[in-house]
Each structure stands twice: as C-alpha cells, then as structure tokens.
Write a protein that binds this ligand. Structure first.
Ligand SMILES: [Zn+2]
Ligand SMILES: [Zn+2]
Length: 263
C-alpha cells in the first residue's frame, strides 16, 4: 500500500484546505508521511501565492512538523514551474512542472488549453513545444520529481486532443522521458485530474509506464490533491496499474533523500 504523498496544495496557493487539514486527512487515509507542495510564487499568476505569503507557509510547515512528530512525518516541498523564477531554498524536495508555455496554460481549463494550441499552431506543434519544455527539467539538478509528465493529456478523456498512440506523440514524449531518466529524475503517476473530475484514470497511462520501466525509470505515486479528501486519491488503482506495468517499487522521500520502497 502506498503510504506517502508528496504532492498536494493548500490555501497557501490554489488548494481548498489548510496544511493542518491536509495532515488530518492524510492520517484518516492511513498515510505515514505527507509532503505539502507550495506552487512557487510567480508574479501575476493567479494560481500561485504572492511572494510575501511564502515565509508564512514555511513557518506553518515547521510548526506542523514539530506538532505531528511521532504521528506522521511532514515535509515541506515546492512545485517549481519552468516559467517562474528559479530558486529552491529552503524546501526539502522539489517537484518540477511545466504548466505554462509563453504565458499560456497547458492546463487550468480546457478553453485555456485551446488557446495554447492555437498559439503553438496545432496539435503536433503543441506536443513538441510541451515535451521540449518538460525535458529541460533534466538540466535542473535540484529537481527531484517531474510533475505530471504528460499534463497535455489532462483533458484527453473529455475531448480527444492528442493521439497518444501515434508515432509523433510517442517520439516527442519518449525523447523527453529518456533525457529525464538519464538525469535521474523521478516520474509521478498523478491522480490530480481524477479528484478534480477531468479523468477517470491516472496519468501517466500504461503505455508510457511500460516504456518508463523498460528504460530503467523511477516511479512515484502522487495525488496532487487540492482538497483534503483528495490527499490519497486512487492510490490503490495507481499501485495496481504500476504493478501491471512491471514496477515492483516506488521511490519515496525519507526526509533526507529518495529511496526505493517495495510495494
Ligand atoms: Zn502541477
Ligand atoms: Zn500540483
């Protein structure tokens, strides 16, 4: 059973619950450790906190770490976006993501995603721009986890935007994946689109997971929850899918480093 989540959001950014409410939910769902990620502040971006709020978040996380010592391990993480300023202190681990290209959103809403596609000049160009952007996480030594590697497919169940079986799609995605695996980055199965009603299955899907396994990639399972009850959303489903794709372990954070843990 998966007992850790390292990717979730709170009222300090675009989440609905406080860090302490997320910790309480993690206990309710049987997790033994919880990492809360703050979206890195980017000026003018509504889904990120104002820079002034960041010290408050760090102080609150410190308080909760102490308060829950011996009950649940609490970690303080950052979800860095490639579009924002590059800094990583004083966070314990970093999830690196590509939500924005040229100021336009890969996710957030389907309408906004369409604006990005128009801007890029169609589906194939969007695929290439997106995966080139994500591949650049390989050049950031501080980045531990690649956030929702195939975020492009967030809306794919509602509207078939990308043919993930096509050679063009796989060529672009796998080139990025290989670069990131060589740089020793960890890939997440992310259930954030399930808890928010965009998808019924986690991404990455089975094809991509099998390819990741075949090239020696590391996997972790994260909820990217934006409200308390999403803190461990569909973790059993992720575990089943990961196992069926050949994974026998996931990578977990122990407070110092990432280590493999058998299912
Ligand atoms: Zn994200
Ligand atoms: Zn997130």
């Amino acid at each position: 059973m998966v007992k850790q989540n390292l990717h979730c959001h709170t009222t300090y950014d675009d989440g609905a619950n406080s860090p302490e409410e997320m910790i309480q939910a993690a206990l309710k769902y049987g997790l033994t450790s919880l990492g809360i990620t703050l979206h890195a502040p980017i000026e003018g971006e509504f889904w990120t906190p104002p820079k002034e709020k960041e010290p408050e978040f760090i102080e609150e996380m410190q308080r909760l770490k102490e308060k829950y010592k011996g009950t649940i391990d609490v970690y303080c993480g950052l979800e860095y976006d490639l579009y924002g300023p590059k800094y990583f202190e004083p966070y314990e681990y970093i999830v690196a993501s590509g939500h924005v290209i040229d100021g336009l959103y890969v996710d957030n809403t389907l309408e906004r995603h369409h604006l990005l596609r128009e801007h890029c000049g169609g589906g194939l160009a969007t695929i290439e721009r997106y995966y080139n952007n994500v591949a650049s996480i390989a050049d950031i030594p501080e980045a531990d986890i690649v956030g929702h590697f195939d975020l492009l497919t967030k809306y794919n169940e509602k509207e078939a935007l990308y043919d993930i079986e096509s050679k063009e799609y796989k060529d672009a995605a796998y080139a990025a994946m290989e670069k990131l695996v060589k740089a020793d980055k960890i890939f997440e199965m992310n259930t954030g689109a399930i808890s928010r009603g965009y998808r019924t299955t986690p991404y990455m899907g089975a094809d991509m997971l099998k390819h990741l396994k075949s090239i020696g990639g590391k996997l972790t399972i994260q909820s990217d929850g934006h409200f308390a009850d999403a803190v461990a959303c569909a973790f059993d489903l992720c575990e089943d899918i990961a196992k069926s794709c050949g994974f026998e372990e996931i990578w977990v954070f122990d407070g110092e480093e990432f280590i493999p843990e058998k299912f």
